[in-house]
Ligand binder design. Structure first.
Ligand code: BGC
Length: 395
């Protein structure tokens, strides 16, 4: 067998295994999981996943290969995605927070002759040049979780419903506040280079703004947010002003120092029972530690996302209030389904589009699940996402 056909055969087998494994793993915790995560989708998998192709009568689709590029190993979320891809037999490349490395990874995949690249940009705008290089080489580009901005070189966007993530944070804090008024609110956001940081914040703002307007919450750590607090919806530039003042840059140390400096400036009356919008689990733990260490903070409620193991333990221990489960098994399965569709010369399913500053990118966002101490077992253990033995004190 020639080198090339051996590689085609491996590709066929890998795509088949990936499709099978990912679809077979689709989370039972998400009854509304999209069609791609259902067993029927596996049955409808394109030719690349069919046994006949593996027997050597490779149809056109089997000639393609697919590469995966993730942004960094330093933000634990991406290790979850890495594990899912690895389990299915793929080894993602990492850009380690460096656009030059990301571009080099794309170039390496181009020279390997891949037909589809699944990529999470580490910087939404900087990644446009690499995406264009791929497009010019005839490769389909799938933006994975984060949208590549300001380019027409993105063919599809595999994502969770990120606006719903932000809404879930605000819903949670609003529920805890109940009918009380004047509750101190501290806002923290993601990296401004990540389009998701804007979508999460938009979802959170649109829900919580009416509760700021009616006096339930009082913003304590952002003069830009205070200036805009009467506006129910914000433009991207307005969001950018608030994010500029509240960003954690998705970094624990930045998050911790910002929270400490906010608390140092705040009076004891600005603390008491604090309500904290934290943008993901890693930063939530860092911010929670800062709030827990302040003697004037008597109690705090804090949000998060990703259902990282360390945060699940924090939730069990009462140190973090909630997280948002984004089942990466579903996301990876969606990415593979989209890649398979492209390889087979088809168009992946879409339910909506996301504007990336240049074009409307087709997408099919996946649902999210709010996790608190009350449903942690059902959402994360019973669903098979984690094992009970991963945690201490789980009831
Ligand atoms: C992802 C989050 C992640 C964050 C930091 C966002 O784009 O959607 O799940 O926590 O990046 O890596």
């Amino acid at each position: 067998m020639s080198h090339k056909s051996a590689r085609s055969l491996i590709t066929v087998l890998v795509l088949g295994v990936v499709a099978f494994t990912l679809f077979a793993c689709a989370s039972p915790a998400q009854p509304t999981a999209p069609a791609a995560a259902q067993p029927t989708a596996a049955a409808k998998a394109p030719a690349a996943a069919q046994p006949t192709a593996a027997q050597g009568q490779a149809p056109a689709a089997s000639k393609a290969t697919v590469g995966v590029i993730l942004p960094t190993k330093d933000e634990p979320r991406w290790l979850q995605d890495q594990a899912v891809f690895q389990k299915a037999g793929w080894e993602p490349l990492f850009s380690q927070g460096d656009s030059a490395k990301e571009k080099a990874n794309v170039e390496a995949l181009i020279s390997q002759g891949v037909k589809v690249i699944i990529i999470t940009p580490q910087d939404a705008t900087a990644a446009a040049a690499a995406a264009k290089q791929a497009k010019d080489a005839g490769i389909k580009v799938i933006s994975y979780d984060r949208l590549i901005r300001d380019t027409d070189a993105v063919d599809y966007y595999v994502t969770f419903d990120s606006k719903a993530v932000g809404s879930a944070w605000s819903d949670y804090l609003i529920q805890q506040a109940g009918t009380t008024k004047g509750n101190p609110l501290y806002i923290y956001t993601g990296a401004s280079s990540d389009n998701n940081a804007f979508i999460f914040f938009q979802g959170a703002w649109e829900k919580i703004q009416p509760k700021i307007a009616d006096g339930t919450f009082v913003i304590k750590n952002s003069s830009e947010a205070v200036n805009l607090q009467s506006k129910p919806t914000l433009t991207r530039d307005e969001q950018a002003k608030i994010i500029g003042q509240t960003t954690t840059n998705w970094d624990f140390n930045t998050a911790k120092s910002l929270a400490e400096s906010n608390l140092t400036k705040a009076t004891a009356a600005d603390k008491g029972t604090a309500f904290v919008l934290a943008p993901n689990d890693g930063t939530a733990r860092a911010i929670a530690d800062a709030f827990a260490a302040d003697k004037d903070v008597k109690k705090y409620y804090i949000t998060g996302q990703d259902a990282e193991k360390a945060s699940v333990q924090y939730i069990i221990d009462g140190k973090q209030s909630m997280t948002v489960l984004k089942d990466v098994r579903t996301l990876a399965a969606d990415a593979v389904a989209a890649a398979n569709a492209f390889v087979a010369g088809k168009t992946p399913d879409k339910t909506t589009t996301y504007n990336n500053g240049k074009i409307d990118v087709p997408a099919k966002p996946s649902p999210i699940v709010t996790v608190t101490k009350d449903n942690v077992k059902k959402a994360l253990i019973d669903s098979g996402y984690y094992q009970a033995s991963d945690f201490k004190g789980l009831q």
